[in-house]
Design a protein around this ligand. Structure first.
Ligand SMILES: Nc1nc2c(ncn2[C@@H]2O[C@H](COP(=O)(O)OP(=O)(O)OP(=O)(O)O)[C@@H](O)[C@H]2O)c(=O)[nH]1
Ligand SMILES: [K+]
Ligand SMILES: [Mg+2]
Length: 437
């Protein structure tokens, strides 16, 4: 089933809005051939870019365009699809969209609707749709690579093989139960089922171990600059961001709120955060700033603890990865053991500091590419792990209970690729899509 008979035909601008050399308008659905005949005068040979004049009902030219046709089911959505590569002018786009949506049974697409149709046609599973969303949102190299792996089915492939192994285990248990009158024998088939469950459990635990990295690559590593007032936190933020983001002054207590910039550090997405100087204060605003700074220090992936070489030693308490930095290295004063020296004034040590931040962040992962990248994945796999742990530890007792534990794990894993509970996830996901995806 292609679904083309139950869906209206949809149309949308699929490239970014605004002025551009070329813009792409995409059409999908059973009226696509009709749309092509009406606007371009022909249905081009599938997958052959064809230069045509696009005309309105009165025969007046709207633009000349490259026209592409993809015949169902060999298209992104699985339906007949057309693309019009027109000149990216607001006037051309407005006119063309107005004409297209005025055609019978053709309407503007909703956010994510092309992708939803691809999902419904079985072109992408849920994990792959998430990968596509992440790819479109990706801003750094690590994000691009991780999203592409997800879109290409890295998680989907594992989910399928875990599920197959567990279904295999369940069928061995069922066979054993058929042969026993008590339902509590632990024969060779049950042993095999337990071994399969144990293998899947081990693989799931490895996948869970990759979640922290997967999530951080998606959302950004939180790196917090912390230390006493006037340590040079805001100066360092500006230097690393190469922009004048934060106010710098010789007055202690200049920064009161938190300030963040997003950086691409050697392909790693980093959220670098400047905080209020840590000290006791009578000023309620500064007290709140310090409270926020401490909260961030507590939840950071990496804390860069700063102290001016001309100031007292200062230790930031944090359970997170900690990097001790002595600032203002151009001034006289000692660099203490364990500190790296930098000077924003001369630029000394800044490149090394950046390299060290990258090294520390990379160390948070195992080096393996992350399989689980969203909280949704973590929950599903955690549920499956809990059920299989119960199966494996309860072990050789009742065959029926064992089968039930494994069944619970299978259901949890089916959520990963979207065999169940799909609508909720899709609705939330597509809320973040723009129209035309
Ligand atoms: N000589 C020298 N002065 C610096 C350097 N970095 C910062 N400063 C000076 O130190 C003072 C404090 O700098 P800020 O960046 O405002 O310090 P901060 O840690 O953000 O201070 P608060 O926001 O008040 O906590 C300013 O006068 C800066 O110009 C440096 O590398 N060398
Ligand atoms: K300051
Ligand atoms: Mg500051």
């Amino acid at each position: 089933m292609t679904g083309s008979d139950i869906h209206p035909t949809i149309v949308a601008l699929s490239s970014a809005p605004g002025k551009a050399g070329v813009a792409v308008i995409r059409v999908s659905g059973s009226r696509t051939r009709f749309v092509l005949e009406t606007i371009a005068g022909i249905v081009p040979e599938p997958r052959v870019a064809t230069l045509r004049r696009l005309v309105d009902a009165g025969g007046e030219t709207i633009d000349s365009a490259l026209v592409l046709f993809f015949a169902a089911p060999a298209s992104f959505t699985g339906e007949d699809v057309a693309e019009f590569h027109v000149h990216g002018s607001r006037a051309v786009l407005a006119r063309l969209l107005a004409i297209l949506t005025a055609l019978p049974e053709v309407r503007l697409a909703e956010a994510g609707e092309f992708t939803r149709r691809a999902f419904e046609a079985g072109k992408l599973d849920l994990a792959a749709v998430e990968g596509l969303a992440d790819l479109i949102d990706s801003e750094t190299e690590w994000q691009r690579q991780q999203a592409l792996r997800q879109m290409d089915g890295a998680l989907s492939g594992f989910a399928t093989s875990w599920r197959h192994s567990l279904i295999d285990a369940m069928s061995r248990l069922a066979a054993e139960l058929d042969f026993s009158d008590e339902g509590d024998v632990s024969g060779p088939l049950q042993q095999q089922a337990l071994a399969l469950a144990g293998e899947v459990l081990a693989s799931l635990r490895v996948a869970l171990g990759s979640f922290a990295m997967g999530e951080r690559v998606r959302e950004g590593f939180v790196v917090v600059l912390a230390g006493p007032p006037n340590a040079g936190k805001s100066s360092l933020l500006n230097a690393l961001a190469r922009r004048d983001v934060a106010i710098v002054s010789p007055i202690a207590g200049t920064t009161r709120d938190i300030l963040e910039v997003r950086l691409d550090l050697a392909g790693l997405p980093v959220i670098l955060i400047d905080t209020a100087g840590l000290r006791d204060s009578a000023d309620p605003i500064e007290v709140e700033g310090v409270r926020r700074a401490r909260a961030l220090v507590a939840r950071a992936d990496l804390v860069v603890a700063l102290r001016g070489v001309d100031s007292e030693p200062y230790r930031v308490e944090s359970a997170a990865e900690l990097l001790q930095v002595a600032t203002k290295a151009d001034l006289p004063g000692p660099v203490l053991p364990g500190e790296r020296a930098v000077s924003v004034k001369t630029g000394a040590g800044l490149t090394d500091l950046l390299a060290e931040i990258v090294t520390r962040l990379q160390r948070l992962g195992s080096g393996e590419p992350a399989l689980l990248t969203r909280e949704r994945h973590r929950i599903a796999v955690t549920d499956a792990v809990a059920a299989l742990e119960q199966a494996v530890t309860a072990g050789h007792g009742q065959g029926e209970l064992l089968a039930e534990d494994i069944r619970v794990a299978v259901v949890a894993l089916e959520r990963l690729v979207g065999r169940i509970d799909v609508e909720d996830v899709l609705d939330r996901l597509f809320a973040g899509f723009c129209i035309g995806k």
